[in-house]
Design a protein around this ligand. Structure first.
Ligand code: ATP
Length: 322
């Protein structure tokens, strides 16, 4: 294998740069050329590319976002778009492709593989950590650490004013970010998409809060069926009229920032193993880490897992938050 391509696709996540650096440097180690495509599948369709070498990926391991930029490409959802993207890969005479993105990007890769016969390996780049085939997705560790930092700050002001803060965190389909950060920040309650009717549970739970507690933090995952932090705040105000309730929606700050140490190391391992995977003959698979072991999962199976949250972790939160 002499020449491979690489792109970042879907939502950006901190650690994508560390992964990209590892892909490029591992490929260079094996005397391969690397072509990077800008803005995910958009760049493949438009042939917006640059040749990457050691220097191109210098001084990026610590930076959030992605220097290749990323996009959600509507054109790539059409057959004409996919054909054009395959044509671009052919025009560069690429023999392999690394895609850093989420499950949507891998579904795109399956479509691409119907139009060009080169091996593709994916690295899980998504902050939600909800993909089958890996314990760890690029961006998750940094995102939860960003949330903790924000929650600690909100706790200071909540405590000073004896307030209740309802904090909305990312997680359209999964409450993993919400649960983990709720435990780490000592939150008083949690609402997540995996648990239905958790507003009723919240109301019961609120009655059990110790009166000596002066501040309370309620964490809501954005995908919870309750409709978000503002609605929960209204419910609490009705239930405890004397309470002072404030809302904070953390939003896109959860995607940014310098990747944590763990993120950089794991993203580097995935990038390194993606190139090794191409050389070993893996094709149309996502590389992941399960119990610290490198595992390749076919793109068809690297989908969002529909799992319940760990009952042990939920119980831990319940007991510690009273
Ligand atoms: P994140 O987890 O951050 O959302 P993602 O990779 O899942 O990342 P998506 O927007 O779902 O993000 O997918 C990225 C891109 O992959 C889409 O914009 C689209 O171009 C392509 N894609 C997704 N699904 C398909 C599909 N079924 N067919 C063709 N292309 C697809």
């Amino acid at each position: 294998m002499k020449k491979i391509g690489v792109l970042t696709s879907g939502g950006d996540s901190p650690g994508m740069n560390a992964c990209l650096r590892a892909v490029v440097r591992t490929a260079m180690y094996h005397n391969m050329e690397v072509v990077g495509f800008y803005r995910g599948y958009e760049g493949l369709i438009d042939n917006a590319h640059l040749n990457l070498d050691h220097k191109s990926v210098s001084n990026i391991i610590h930076r959030g976002g992605t220097i290749l930029k990323t996009a959600r490409s509507e054109r790539f959802r059409t057959e004409a778009g996919v054909r054009q993207a395959a044509e671009t890969l052919r025009s560069h005479q690429l023999e392999g492709l690394v895609i850093i993105g989420g499950d949507g990007s891998f579904r795109g890769a399956i479509e691409l593989s119907k139009h060009i016969d080169i091996p593709i390996v994916g690295c899980a780049g998504t902050i939600d950590n909800d993909l089958v085939g890996t314990d760890f997705t690029i961006g998750y560790d940094t995102a939860i650490n960003t949330v903790i930092e924000a929650l600690d700050k909100l706790r200071d002001t909540a405590e000073s004013h004896d307030r209740i803060f309802v904090v909305e965190v990312m997680g359209r389909d999964a409450g993993l970010i919400a649960l983990r950060t709720a435990i780490a920040a000592g939150a008083e309650a949690l609402l997540v998409p995996e648990i239905k009717n958790d507003v009723d549970k919240l109301l019961t739970h609120m009655k059990n809060w110790r009166s000596s507690k002066s501040s309370k933090i309620v964490i809501v995952a954005e995908g919870d069926e309750s409709g978000g932090a503002y609605k929960i705040a209204d419910i609490i105000r009705k239930e405890i009229p004397q309470s002072e309730v404030r809302v904070s929606i953390l939003g896109h700050i959860q995607r940014g920032g310098n990747p944590t140490c763990m993120e950089r190391v794991n993203a580097s391992i995935l990038g390194y193993q993606a190139v090794n995977g191409l050389l070993e003959g893996h094709r149309n698979e996502m590389v992941g880490l399960i119990n610290k072991e490198v595992v390749y999962t076919p793109f068809e199976k690297a989908v969002k897992h529909i799992e319940t949250l760990s009952p042990d972790m939920l119980r831990l939160l319940d007991i510690l938050s009273l």
